[in-house]
Design a protein around this ligand. Structure first.
Ligand code: PMP
Length: 361
C-alpha cells in the first residue's frame, strides 16, 4: 500500500488508523452480521454511535451546556440559507463580513433569504486581511453578524472572534476543531466536517438554546433548527456513515490532546511552511497580512508562475498531492487539517526548500 500526502482543501486526508478501523468493521459491525450503513437508523447499534458522536463533538469543542449540537446534511452551504431563515425574524436585519470568497457567498445567500447588509468588505483590499472589531458596522435591529473564521481559498484567518454588541454567527468550515471558540460571543457556529473531522455529507451546527427558542416558526421541517434539536438530529435518515466515521475521528482527536492538541498542531505545522516561505528570499510569497495567515490553509505563489506546472508535477512525483491553489486565486495551497501527519508537513517543507534551490533540475 502506498498512501500519498494529501493536501486537498476538502474532502481531505483521514488518519490511516481510522480508515483501517472502518475497513475492519465494514462487513460485520460489532457482531451484528451487517455493516453499520446497512442498518436502520432507528436500531440500538446506530443509536449508540449517534449519541456517542454527539457527546464527543460537545466534549471536543468544549461546548457549554446552554448550546445544542446538531448534525445536518447539506454541508456548510445549506447553513448559508438555514441560518438567516431561522434566526432573522421579520423586521430584523443581519450583517455579513465579506472577508473572502466564502464570506461573500454566505452574504449572497443570506440576501436571498432576508435583508442582509455588508458589515465589512475586504474585497477591494484583495481579501488579504480580517477586520478589526471596530471596523465592523452594526446597524440598528441587527439580529446577528456573520463572520467566516477562516477563509479557505485566500488562506486568511481571524485569530479571535470579534466582540460585538450583537451575537455572532460563525462559519468555521475550514478551522473547525483546530481552535477554541469564544462561546460567549456567539449564537451559532457551523461547519462542514469534511476538512478537519471526517467524510463529506454532514455539517456540525452548534446553537445557543435561547436562539433555538426564538427561531422563526413555520419553516418546512428539514429547514427548521428546532425540529432537528427536538429529535436529536434524527428527524429523518441521517448521513450515518459520515456520523460514524466522524465519531472515530473525534476519538482520535481526543487521544491527541483534544482541541488544545489540535490548536497547537495547527500553529506549529502551518508555521513550518510559513518559515520556508519567509526564508526563500522571495522565491515563494504569501499575500496575507502575517497577523491573519491561516493555520489550516497555507497559500503561496512563486515569483515565476511558469514554474507552477513543474512544482506540481515534481511534488506529485514525491507523493505530495493536491497542492494547486483554488482556480480563482491561482498559485499553490497546502491545506493542513487535523489528520495530516507531521511527517507530511516535514516532507512538504523539505520539498519546497529543495525546489527553491534548484527549480530547473
Ligand atoms: N464555508 C467555507 C469556509 C468553506 O471552506 C466551504 C467549503 N470549502 C463552505 C463554506 C461550503 O461548504 P460545503 O461544501 O460543506 O457545503
Amino acid at each position: 500500500m502506498s498512501r500519498v500526502r494529501n493536501f486537498c482543501a476538502g474532502p481531505c486526508t483521514l488518519p490511516t488508523e481510522v480508515l483501517a478501523e472502518v475497513r475492519d468493521e465494514l462487513l460485520d459491525f460489532e457482531g451484528s452480521g451487517m455493516s453499520l450503513i446497512e442498518m436502520s437508523h432507528r436500531s440500538p447499534e446506530y443509536d449508540a454511535v449517534h449519541e456517542d458522536a454527539l457527546d464527543r463533538m460537545r466534549r471536543a469543542l468544549e461546548v457549554p451546556q446552554d448550546f445544542e449540537v446538531l448534525f445536518l446534511q447539506g454541508g456548510g452551504l445549506l447553513q448559508f440559507a438555514m441560518v438567516p431563515m431561522n434566526l432573522a425574524p421579520a423586521g430584523s436585519t443581519v450583517g455579513y463580513v465579506r472577508s473572502g470568497a466564502w464570506g461573500k457567498a454566505a452574504h449572497a445567500d443570506a440576501a436571498r433569504a432576508t435583508w442582509a447588509y455588508l458589515a465589512w468588505d475586504g474585497q477591494d483590499g484583495g481579501f488579504t486581511r480580517m477586520p478589526r472589531p471596530e471596523e465592523i458596522e452594526v446597524r440598528p435591529d441587527t439580529r446577528y453578524v456573520h463572520v467566516t473564521s477562516n477563509e479557505t481559498i485566500e488562506g486568511i484567518q481571524a485569530r479571535a472572534l470579534p466582540d460585538l454588541a450583537v451575537p455572532l454567527v460563525v462559519d468555521m468550515s475550514s478551522d473547525f476543531l483546530t481552535r477554541s471558540v469564544e462561546w460567549e460571543r456567539v449564537d451559532l457556529v457551523y461547519g462542514g466536517v469534511q476538512k478537519n473531522l471526517g467524510p463529506a455529507g454532514l455539517a456540525g451546527v452548534v446553537i445557543r438554546r435561547s436562539a433555538l427558542d426564538e427561531c422563526v416558526a413555520g419553516l418546512p421541517s428539514y429547514l427548521s433548527f428546532p425540529s432537528h434539536a427536538k429529535t436529536r438530529s434524527l428527524l429523518n435518515t441521517p448521513p450515518m456513515f459520515s456520523i460514524y466515521v466522524m465519531g472515530k475521528m473525534l476519538r482520535w482527536i481526543e487521544d491527541r490532546g483534544g482541541l488544545r492538541g489540535m490548536a497547537e498542531r495547527a500553529e506549529r505545522r502551518s508555521g513550518r511552511i510559513y518559515d520556508v516561505i519567509e526564508a526563500s528570499d522571495g522565491f515563494y510569497t504569501n499575500p496575507a497580512d502575517p497577523q491573519v495567515r491561516s493555520r489550516t490553509n497555507v497559500v503561496f505563489r512563486m515569483a515565476d508562475p511558469d514554474l507552477d506546472a513543474r512544482f506540481l508535477a515534481d511534488a506529485r512525483a514525491a507523493g505530495l498531492v493536491n497542492l494547486k491553489g483554488h482556480r480563482s486565486v491561482g498559485g499553490m495551497r497546502a491545506s493542513i487539517y487535523n489528520a495530516m501527519p507531521d511527517e507530511g508537513v516535514d516532507e512538504l517543507a523539505g520539498f519546497m526548500r529543495d525546489f527553491a534551490e534548484a527549480p530547473d533540475e
